[in-house]
Design a protein around this ligand. Structure first.
Ligand SMILES: NC(=O)c1ccc[n+]([C@@H]2O[C@H](COP(=O)([O-])OP(=O)(O)OC[C@H]3O[C@@H](n4cnc5c(N)ncnc54)[C@H](OP(=O)(O)O)[C@@H]3O)[C@@H](O)[C@H]2O)c1
Length: 302
């Protein structure tokens, strides 16, 4: 048995899975039922153990759920992290979001140096890593994010070539201006109008990587389909969704590459840490209000 003091993540995708509970539906994960611990990844320090595999002080990560202390008695449920590993990094760029960004871009998007990559939700946990990997792969990278401050971070800190503020700018007009030869890869975290604007600018053989659609997670009616999908035919394009869980058997490959870039100073990581289990619902809401600056985490049991 292990008790863990933990930092855990607030993740928009899992939130939408929680909401499916209202409709009694499972999607790629079973719905969280009333009374169950809210599902999430977490990382922390072992504070008590009678297991030969884990000692007090070990730093571990795994599916902890939202709880102050996590009793864990299943072998294989936790991964040990190197001693002194920064928990925030393990929960963001080197965690599930980094792995999502890596396989979504590399395996699904298949970037080629010189191509133009556009990312929505670009200042967030997943989008910021996608854009930086695309740049490392020699692509020209345009990020779409909400607000001047996030856009400034993208171009000044994360090395994006350009950023579009979807709160104050005409996304379609700016894509015309910034992607004169079209978009080779659109990595979408948002959906809705932004997906439509990107579909309209798709380059020949362009790829649309469907990672998420947060603009519609709170919709009470089925959202309308993308208006500009016929451009996929004209441009011989491909639109493909993916789920990171399918890629987890190869997670070490992604984490190895991401760690190397982080240590070389080529991968900037931003986290937004809130405190206290009692603030979990409010912290989760920050994702839907665009108030998180980087990966949204909640630290508990300090
Ligand atoms: N396919 C997979 O396996 C997988 C795995 C992980 C995550 N995801 C998906 O990836 C996406 C990003 O997740 P994340 O955890 O990295 O979150 P995040 O990007 O760090 O945070 C969510 C961001 O979404 C934007 N947003 C919120 N409501 C919006 C709305 N109504 N319209 C447009 N933008 C809105 C906000 O950014 P702005 O302030 O910039 O608008 C907010 O900061 C989510 O859609 C998630 O479901 C998919």
């Amino acid at each position: 048995m292990i008790f863990l003091s933990a930092i855990f993540e607030c993740e928009a995708g899992l939130t939408s899975k929680m909401r499916e509970r209202d409709k009694a539906m499972d999607t790629y994960l079973p719905a969280v039922k009333i009374g169950e611990v809210v599902r999430s990844l977490g990382a922390g320090r072992v504070v008590a153990s009678n297991s030969p595999d884990f000692a007090v002080g070990d730093i571990v990560s795994g599916f902890t759920g939202w709880q102050d202390y996590v009793p864990i008695n299943l072998k294989g449920q936790l991964n040990k992290l190197p001693p002194g590993a920064p928990l925030e990094l393990a929960m963001s760029a080197l965690g599930m979001n980094g792995v999502t960004a890596y396989f979504g871009l590399i395996d699904v998007g298949r970037p080629v140096a010189g191509e133009t990559v556009v990312v929505s939700g670009a200042a967030g946990a997943t989008g910021s890593v996608v854009g930086q990997i695309a740049k490392i792969k020699g692509c020209r990278v345009v990020g779409i994010a909400g607000g001047e401050k996030k856009c400034r971070w993208l171009t000044n800190e994360a090395g994006f070539h350009a950023a579009i503020d979807d709160k104050s700018e005409d996304v379609r007009a700016r894509l015309m201006e910034l992607c004169p030869k079209g978009i080779d890869i659109f990595f979408d975290n948002v959906g809705g109008d932004i997906l439509d604007a990107a579909l309209a600018r798709l380059a020949m053989r362009g790829r649309v990587v469907l990672c998420g659609g947060i603009a519609n997670y709170n919709a009470t009616e089925p959202p309308p389909g993308p208006k500009n999908y016929l451009n996929l035919i004209v441009q011989r394009g491909r639109m493909e969704g993916f789920i990171v869980l399918d890629h987890m058997p190869r997670a070490a490959e992604a984490i190895g590459a991401l760690s190397g870039w982080a240590h070389a100073g080529r991968l900037k990581n931003k986290v937004d840490v809130q405190h206290g289990l009692e603030n979990a619902p409010a912290t989760l809401r920050r994702l839907f209000e665009g108030r998180n600056e980087g990966k949204q985490l909640l630290r508990v049991a300090e």
